[in-house]
Ligand binder design. Structure first.
Ligand code: RI2
Length: 315
């Protein structure tokens, strides 16, 4: 197995997960592939890199961080293989460094929203949301983080593990306890897998229910996301594909056999409309969801011509 095929497999089976980590792992896999290609022919090199791009691209459909990372790494002009290789390595290193820096910056911006004594609810496991909690806690703020279990893959346990290791007071609740618990919550902070041009957020399934409960209870709902999670293709009206995962994540194969006519649906993500979102905290500052269009156009530098781009990939 090469780094490329191993990374693709790990993203597919969610051993590597979380939108940011997926983007960084994919960038690193392209870099390692570029380093290992043996040809001196630039066309052949480009063809093999395009295959690598396509393999990584096909692993998970929803997190826009993946195609945006791939695109960032693959932007090169070269007259020979060595130049191409060096450009890819430099692009990958720059992407990984800037995405790590973005997590740190969002932690600092987001911590301003957190007051001493706050109870903050989060859903699933977002490393960017955690960066906010960790920064606020290290500033000496006395906080309590409520983590949902996050069926079916229990990413809430990863969140709990992060929080407990950091010494942050933590409460684990069932996904179905969110509305009951919202009375005790001062702020909701979640991550994002994709953000569309109209400011709607695609995140782990259940996020939109958390947003509804927060809205009802007049609790602010904040999204923590790097700008490379904004979806350029949504500018052209394209929908972000919602990944449907295997039914065995929801129901054991034994029980599926017991009820052979039963259908099991397992959407991995849902869409929270922008009207339920008070703020999106990015590495370029805290913005209203309505500013998503400008992030895609000005920060990511995409326009409609790009979104109709030649390779037809959903970035
Ligand atoms: P960070 C995850 O998806 C969750 O939906 C999480 O909110 C989001 O990625 C962002 O994660 P999955 O890979 O980049 O668990 O903030 O399906 O770590």
């Amino acid at each position: 197995m090469t780094v490329l095929t191993e990374t693709a497999e790990k993203i597919r089976n969610m051993e590597i997960r979380g939108a940011g980590k997926i983007g960084r792992a994919a960038a690193n896999a392209l870099k390692e592939e570029a380093k290992s290609i043996q040809t001196g022919d630039l066309n052949e090199f480009n063809r093999q890199m395009a295959d690598a791009y396509n393999l990584l691209y096909s692993t998970r459909p929803t997190a826009v961080s993946l195609p945006n990372a791939l695109r960032a790494v693959m932007q090169y002009r070269a007259y020979n293989v060595e130049e191409a290789r060096q450009a890819i390595v430099a692009n990958a290193d720059a992407f990984i460094a800037s995405s790590e820096d973005a997590v740190r910056r969002i932690g600092e911006f987001g911590a301003h929203r957190i007051k001493d004594g706050d109870t903050i609810l989060t859903h699933c496991n977002s490393s960017v949301a955690f960066s906010i909690f960790d920064t606020a806690f290290k500033q000496g703020k006395n906080i309590n983080v409520v983590a949902t279990e996050t069926r079916p893959r229990q990413q809430g346990y990863i969140t709990v593990d992060f929080l407990q290791k950091a010494g942050i007071p933590t409460t684990l609740i069932l996904d179905s306890a969110v509305r009951y618990y919202m009375k005790k919550v001062d702020l909701v902070v979640v991550g994002a897998d994709a953000i569309t041009a109209n400011g709607s957020v695609i995140n782990k399934v259940g996020t939109s229910q958390v947003a509804l409960a927060a809205n009802e209870a007049r609790v602010n709902f904040v999204v923590a996301a790097e700008t490379y999670k904004f979806s350029p293709r949504s500018l052209a009206g394209e929908m972000v594909e919602i990944e449907e995962r295997d039914p065995s994540e929801v129901l054991s194969p034994e029980l599926q056999k017991k009820w052979p006519k039963l259908k099991v649906a397992n959407p991995a993500f849902d869409i929270t409309p922008h009207k339920y979102i008070d703020m999106i905290i990015t590495e370029i500052g805290a913005i209203s969801p309505e500013m998503a269009y400008w992030v895609i156009k000005d920060k990511l530098g995409w326009d409609l011509e790009d979104t109709a781009g030649a390779n037809g990939k959903g970035v």
